[in-house]
Structures are given as structure tokens and as C-alpha cells.
Ligand binder design. Sequence first.
Ligand code: PFF
Length: 459
Amino acid sequence: MDNNRNIFASKIGAILAAAGSAVGLGNVWRFPTETGEHGGAAFILIYVSFMLLLGVPIMVTEFAIGRHGNGDVSGAFVKISGGKKGWRWMGLLPVVSGFLVLSYYAVVASWTLYYAYEALLNGFAGKTSAEFQKDFEAFSSDSVTPVFWTVMIIALTCGIVALGVQKGIERGSKIMMPLLFIFIFVLVVCSLSLPNADLGLKFLLLPDFSKVDGGVILSAMGQAFFSLSVGLGCLCTYACYFRKDVNLMKDGLSVASIDTLVALLSGLIIFPAVYSIPDLRPDAGPSLVFVTLPNVFQQVFGDIPVLAYLFSLCFYLLLVMAALTSSISMLEMSAAYFHRNLHLPRSLSAIVVSVVCVVLATFCSWSFGDWREVKIFDMGFFDLFDFLVAKFIMPIGGLIMCIFLGWVVDEKVLRAELTNNGTLKSPLYPTFRFIIRYVAPLCIFLIFANELGLFSYLF
Ligand code: PFF
């Protein structure tokens, strides 16, 4: 039916859309938070190793499955397995994951939108560090204001998704991704010229392995999966819209390189800035970019208010764009299913998913305030959703997809996808196949087994 429009028009559009999904708050907010809490450079080394060893191969796995599906994720698993209908249920993975991930991601995304608005109105001028802390706590625990901004961010996301694959997702990514890079480079240069920036650099570059334990390793794996958007079927969904001449392996490596670069550059923006003020700490946790940074901007550029204004505005606009390019990929995961399988119009599918996500996101937002005491498995809604997505569904989803592509799918089909039917040389193909058959499943299993304490029974 509308297959022609449901395809990225250009190869660069496909890369930018996938990179847009990967680059997001996971790079600019979650990466510095995790790095700060887990000891800096040592965490980064483990994270980058997971990106290469697991992230890229799983991303290429998702690309191969999705593109073979030719527009339909749920059909993709059946089609690429040569008609094994039992795999149809895997098509539900992106649908369910889309709801879960967008519902809590939208909460942090809404904070970025609110902070961008505050920055625009010059709302940070003249505040002290204690006031920033108080304001953030008051805002995030309020039961109405964050929900309003969550509705705004989900509505923006919905608007872009409703416009369609080319006019919405591809065009949005083509505009926002280059802008994002411009903002990042300007901010890195400013940050590196701050006093004591070298201390921030040391934190990022000199590893301290004494803090590394099983939990840190699981977090680094979770961060690698989250940052690359792999394991949930999100990239399968986008790959359904890839043209047949896209080089899956090369594009996977390009997207992962862009993603890692943005994460490291975000570290270069944030840690030198944090160290430029003596009593700030890099392990301030999730509030790092909402409490610590506005304070830094005010203190460092106190004498030149216009710079403080511009720096804050650029930074929060950057966060908003990064969040949007990712949130559209999340909404698309679930909306595409309703559009393709239940034959709802694209805009209606996007609206239905958005409404459900607003409700779930409200629960997540309230878990910072009125519902602070409501716990499931000892976690509030926000933490529960983050745990389920990053530490559970993503690695398990990645594991199942590797086993599926490595062991269930006919080798000839896999080779045809990765070499574009023999028209491309793919020197990395044997390494890729070895990783998805043996290395990735074993690694994921061992890390889980360690977390569940299985080894303590054995040794
Ligand atoms: N990779 C995105 C980020 O780093 O912010 C988050 C994300 C997008 C996770 C899409 C999962 C997903 F399916």
C-alpha cells in the first residue's frame, strides 16, 4: 500500500535517523551520570568494550532482521526465519518496549524542555547552588508542572511521527542531528576553557579500576545497550524502512561511532564544567545536568551574563533535540505496529500510543513526588521502568536476537542481507557471525549469572 513512502528516501537519511535514535539523553544525561557514579575512565573503557563487542553486532543483527521484513517488524522474524510462524511473538517486543521506554524517557525529556524554557526566559540568572537544588527538587516532585511538560514533549514526538517516515522522522533527523553537533562542539570548546578543566579531563581519561565490580559491569553493559538503542527492536523497526542498497555493517559502525563520540563529547562538556567549581562533585547522580550545570553556567560566566544565558540555552536546546530524535524512534516502535497490523491510520496510531504513554509517564513522574512511597519490587515506577528496560529487556532481547540470527536463520539469508545479495564485500562478516553465535550470548549469560549470584554457589 504506502510502501513507497514508508522507506527512508536516502542512505544518509537512514543513518541519521538511526543515529538520532541512538544519540539522546542516554549520551548527554545518562552517560555522564553513570560515568560519574562508577568512577570515570574505568567505566568508560568497559562501556566502549561492550559497545564494540555486543552493541555493534546486535545493532547489525537488528538491521538485518528489520530490513528483511520489508516494512513489517512482526512479519520480519517469520520471514527471515524462512516461515517459522512461532517467531511471530518476537514482533511484539518492540511494541511493548516502545510503551515502557517512552513512558519514563519522556519524564526526563520533559525536564529538558522545561529547563530550555526556563533558560529562554533567563530564569537561571542570579541563583545560588542551593537554590538550583531546591528548585529542581520542587519541580521534579510537583504533581502538575512536570506532567504538563511531559504532555508537551510527547505531543511534539507524536506530531513528528504522525507526519510519516520521510516527512517526519527522516526530515526531523536531518535537521536536528547537524544542529546537535554544532551545539556540542561550541559547548565542548567553552567547557574546556574553564578553570580546572584539566581535572575533569583526568577524571574522564585516567582509569581507577578499584571501583569496578559486577554491578559496574552490568551497568556498563546496560549503558551500551541503552545508548545504542539495541535489544528492544527499535532499530529493527527503523531498518524496515532501509533501502536495499544500505550497507548494514558499515552503517552500524558509523552509527555506533557517532553515538560513542557524542557520549564522550558530552563528558567533555560536563566534567570540566563540574570541576571548575570547587565544591561540586562528578557523582551528583541524575541531577547532574539539571542542578549542577545551571549552577556552573551562572558561576563561571557570572561576569558576562549574556554568555551564561547563551550557554544555558544552547545546552538545554541540545538536550531537547537529542531527546526528541530518540523519543520519535520509541513512539514509532509501537505506533508502527498498530498502523501495519491493525490498519489504523498512522496519525491515529501515534495518538493512541501517545495517550497511553502520557498515563504511564505520569505515574513515573509522580514517583519523584506524591507516589514516592509506592514501590514495586522495592522500586518506584521510574526506577522500575528503567531497570526493566536497560538491565533486563535490552540484554535479554539482544540475546534472543543473536541466537535467532546466529542459529535459527539460514546462513545464506544472513550472508545475503549483509552483503546486499553478494554485491558488497564484507570482510567483517565471519567475525560478526562468530560474535552473534558465541561471544555475545555467552557474555550476556555470564553477566546475568553473576548478577543473579549463580557463581557464588559454584565457587
Ligand atoms: N539510545 C537512546 C539514548 O541514548 O538516549 C535511548 C533509546 C532510544 C533507548 C530508543 C531505546 C530505544 F529503543
